[in-house]
Design a protein around this ligand. Structure first.
Ligand SMILES: [Fe+2]
Ligand SMILES: [Fe+2]
Length: 186
């Protein structure tokens, strides 16, 4: 599928695990700009990790932090909306044919912009409270749950063009993306 190696820790402090992925995303964005890198392989690995990471956060981390009153429902929903926006930008990146076109470069910069915005906000409004208000035990428990869900998704494959298309469509159906902007078939 891809020769780009994605680390797959199975446990750890949830705050550290999520931040480690964020640093990998930053590195992948740089590599997807680099003419000397295997940009096609990195693009596919980036898609797999981004989907696995966001889904694992939504299913295993945000709801538990909300139950434990570390974050509130608004922060959870805002995170989900930003994941939806990031997935839509990812879809445009995957739709670019090849990695040496203007469409690819434009889509790459667009996904970089929404993803870096989300990472900044998530670290400030979700990970900082998790660091200060969640117990060490809870952070370890969430670490295992996040890593397990993330690795399972990576194992089964979750970031193909068809899969990302379906995720974006679902986000529109769930009202996570503004309906008037739904794109027509490209
Ligand atoms: Fe994240
Ligand atoms: Fe996130």
């Amino acid at each position: 599928m891809t020769d780009y190696e994605i680390p797959r820790p199975t446990s750890g402090d949830i705050v550290e695990l999520i931040k480690d992925d964020h640093r990998i995303f930053e590195e992948m964005l740089r590599q997807m700009r680099d003419v000397d890198a295997d940009r096609e392989a990195v693009r596919q690995a980036f898609s797999e990790l981004l989907v696995a990471h966001s889904e694992a956060e939504e299913h295993e981390v945000y709801p538990k932090l909300k139950t434990k009153k570390v974050i509130d429902g608004e922060e959870e929903e805002h995170g989900e909306e930003e994941h939806a926006a990031t997935n839509e930008a990812l879809l445009h990146l995957l739709q670019a044919k090849g990695t040496d076109t203007q469409k690819y470069e434009d889509a790459l910069e667009a996904v970089a912009e929404v993803l870096m915005h989300h990472i900044g906000e998530e670290e400030l409004t979700i990970l900082n409270p998790a660091q200060t208000d969640a117990s060490e035990d809870l952070r370890a428990e969430l670490g295992v749950a996040f890593a397990t869900a993330r690795n399972q998704l990576l194992e089964q494959g979750c970031g193909s063009l068809e899969q990302v298309e379906a995720i974006v469509k679902q986000a529109y159906d769930d009202g996570l993306l503004p309906n008037d902007e739904q794109p027509t078939e490209q």
